[in-house]
Design a protein around this ligand. Sequence first.
Ligand SMILES: Cc1ncc(COP(=O)(O)O)c(C=O)c1O
Length: 346
Amino acid sequence: MSGITVDLFSDTVTRPTPAMRRAMADAEVGDEQNREDPTVNRLQAMVAELLGQEAALFLPSGTMCNQVAFAVHCRPGDEVLLHETAHPLLYEAGGPSAMIGAVMRPLPGARGMFTAEQVRQAVRPQVHFMPRTRALSIEQTANIAGGVCWPLAQIEEVCAAGHAAGLACHMDGARLMNAVVASGAPARSFGRLFDSVWLDLTKGLGAPVGAVVAGSKAFIEAAWVFKQRFGGAMRQAGIIAAAGIYALEYHVNRLAEDHERARDLARGLGELSGVAVDAERVDTNIVIFDVRGTGITGEEFARRTERSGVRFSVLGPTLVRAVMHLDVPPDGVERALSAARSALRG
Ligand SMILES: Cc1ncc(COP(=O)(O)O)c(C=O)c1O
């Protein structure tokens, strides 16, 4: 976006680094739809291993991972339990109902999470006049709650409750690697608990395209059918898969820097009069703050900071979001704070 030099709109705005582009240019390729692209096959094997699953499938986006997984788990009329702020409910253009005929059942809960007890209460009795509760979905990290990292113990309890009730457990791991770095728990300790789990290559990991969903061999075979049906099968996709491999090799550990900078930004914002934010609750790379006390709206705040070249996203009338990523320049936090101070001066 022209004139923007610190873009905190999302971690999706990153551009491939020169080294990542070289890896893409050098990639060995084949026909992905025939499963003959060696680079795609390597990426899939890497992610299956990383997530403690038998197999994996490269897809064009995280949105398609959610759709494909729900399509495998559900028949039309089946119900999926998920948080009321979850991505498939709010930001996937009604895909689960339009493409699969699944009912999305929103659950409330602090910080983008719900509990095992909520799952037990939500599962419907098996009677012919009710939807069949078929799956649950957990978002790691919980985006709209502010990049909240679900504790492993809570995920274990929720998945145990889901499995006991015969549900398929799905993880939307758009930012799973942020949770891995923040918690210190290996990716497979989360991944192995789920019947389907995916991670996005295009968020903090900085690749230009793609996400990878993992599960049992049977799940992945079924997922191939829906990948084809939804138009997600590709040809010489090794060029983009190579960026994903590069990202997994070189861009995971550095996520810790994004988390540190997000906390620095939150601490600085918290010192501004009228801005409410709890820096101690910044788990990963997302900061959500409330400008209500400043007397201006979130839209106005964001419009004014853009005059200083800093872009935030607006989540509600007075709620603003900043997301750290590898393209934020070294002095990005200082510049964002300076833009925020100017915005509040008028
Ligand atoms: C939590 C979450 N799930 C799913 C998605 C969809 O991912 P993609 O943009 O790769 O389709 C996003 C994207 O922002 C997200 O934040």
